[in-house]
Design a protein around this ligand. Structure first.
Ligand code: GTP
Ligand code: MG
Length: 453
């Protein structure tokens, strides 16, 4: 390997005298992937492991090795076969790993049995624990922090083993802090026996707090709804560029990073169209394949921003090798959340496409999609125009009689609707036209009363 010439020769002695006071050594992670033939999975085991490596990196770990095994069906006790487990143990020892991370979610039984084999010196984690850990690092709002803590306790409760009690009180009970080591960041662990009771009490407390915070946010959202401004939500695989896009089209200043789950809590900004009309755009947590259902459930309330949006921009990184699989994973999660809002496909990072013919090919393949570079601000005008037309497209026909006493509905019709015919009658107006779907329920269903027509 190429090395720059050292300014001094006795480097080890120098280091011993002047230890670096910067980052503590990273935890060393050894990754294990399992490809189970009987189970559907979106990504190839190698690609999924690559993603797991990025997750580990995001959590602040150093990946020191990995193996995977293909199985017809999982081993009921240790997930992987006995021989493979021995190999994993030996490799983890050899690479001086602090943690072994499974790409598949470990059942409480798997966790228990594997820990018996691996021993207490090496920590055993799975993808879910890792994601929860990153979420705990990222949560910045009270609701986000409460949701993560709740999800962490729910995940750990059935898995309470000696491992957790061993990692005594690293970050204190309660509160998702960034203290502690990966996988046990957040709620601290106390002794096994009293833990269950304590955790159950904490869970009850968290649920109560969370429902208070949510009630507050619901009121906020109701107010926003009444403001009539359409809401556009950004959804997409983690690292697709959602936050970069919102920053590019608004004055938002959201944290952007080439990491997974850079964003956790939702941010909403008003975005203006050239004609002065505006929409509210919400950026929120990214999706990932194998996102545990429990986690989706934990974030359901936050993700309601997406569920209730008038339009969803599905942002995808066009240049990612697994772009198609990522899109499927996002679609699956949206389905799981019961999202029915109209969607607009937005392909991002076109600046990374070296061959211009490639873009044309993609455009031909996805004629409904918009192609942008959020980073280079390419195609954003077209995106805004498309959003505007898609929102207007979702107009519903109305044929209503609006009494003069309902002046606000008449002005709403003028402001947000398109009027084809208007007839001024004695006690009100008869309007035929179109109004955005979301406002339909505010108008009376009735057409013109008999004595007026
Ligand atoms: N080349 C290029 N890079 C981009 C573009 N948009 C975003 N990126 C980069 O992609 C990475 C992820 O961007 P983010 O905006 O944080 O992605 P995100 O979808 O918000 O990700 P999460 O919050 O983690 O779900 C960052 O390193 C960005 O600089 C783009 O148009 N072109
Ligand atoms: Mg983001």
């Amino acid at each position: 390997m190429h090395r720059q010439s050292a300014p001094f020769t006795n480097y080890p002695t120098y280091m011993a005298k002047h230890p670096l006071k910067t980052d503590p050594p990273k935890e060393r992670a050894f990754l294990v992937g399992v490809d189970i033939r009987s189970e559907q999975s979106l990504l190839e085991v190698e690609d999924s492991l690559e993603e797991l490596a990025m997750l580990a990196d995001t959590a602040g770990m150093e990946v020191v090795g990995q193996v995977f095994q293909r199985l017809d069906k999982p081993n009921s006790s240790t997930l992987i076969g006995k021989g493979k487990l021995e190999e994993v143990k030996a490799l983890a020892d050899e690479t001086m790993a602090d943690a072994i991370i499974f790409d598949n979610e470990l059942s409480p039984r798997h966790q228990r049995e594997l820990e018996k084999h691996i021993g207490q010196k090496i920590k055993l984690l799975d993808r879910t624990a890792l994601i929860l850990d990153i979420f705990a690092m990222r949560a910045s709002t009270r609701e986000g922090a409460l949701q993560v803590e709740l999800a962490q306790y729910e995940y750990r409760l059935p898995r309470l083993t000696r491992m957790w009690t061993h990692l005594v009180r690293q970050s204190g009970g309660g509160g998702s802090s960034s203290a502690g080591s990966v996988g046990v960041r957040g709620p601290g662990e106390t002794q096994l026996e009293s833990d269950r009771r304590e955790i159950n009490a904490r869970l009850a407390h968290l649920r109560k707090d969370l429902s208070k915070v949510r009630a507050h946010r619901d009121r906020h959202r109701q107010r926003r709804k009444r403001s009539e401004t359409p809401v556009v939500a950004l959804a997409g695989y983690t690292n697709a560029g959602k936050s970069t896009l919102l920053n590019a089209i608004s004055d938002a200043d959201i944290y952007i990073a080439d990491q997974l789950f850079a964003t956790l809590d939702p941010t909403t900004r008003r975005v203006e169209f050239p004609d002065g009309q505006g929409v509210l755009v919400t950026d929120t947590v990214g999706f990932i394949q194998k996102l545990p259902t429990a986690l989706v459930a934990a974030f359901r309330a936050t993700l309601e921003e997406i569920v209730e949006a008038d339009l969803i921009l599905h942002v995808a990184d066009l240049t990612h090798d697994n772009a198609v699989e990522h899109m499927d994973a996002v679609q699956q999660t949206l389905d799981e959340l019961g999202v029915e809002s109209p969607k607009l496909m937005v392909f991002n990072k076109i600046d990374l496409l070296e061959d211009p013919d490639l873009l044309a090919a993609y455009e031909a393949e996805f004629p409904e999609a918009v192609f942008i570079s959020a980073h280079q601000k390419l195609g954003l005008d077209n995106l805004l125009a498309t959003i505007q037309s898609r929102l207007n497209m979702s107009l519903a026909n109305v044929d209503v009689f609006l009494p003069y006493t309902e002046g606000h509905l008449i002005s709403l019709m003028h402001e947000r609707g398109q009027i084809d015919e208007i007839e001024h009658l004695e006690t009100g107006v008869h309007v035929i036209g179109r109004i955005p779907h979301r406002l339909v329920s505010r108008f009376p269903k009735t057409v013109v009363p008999d004595d007026e027509s």
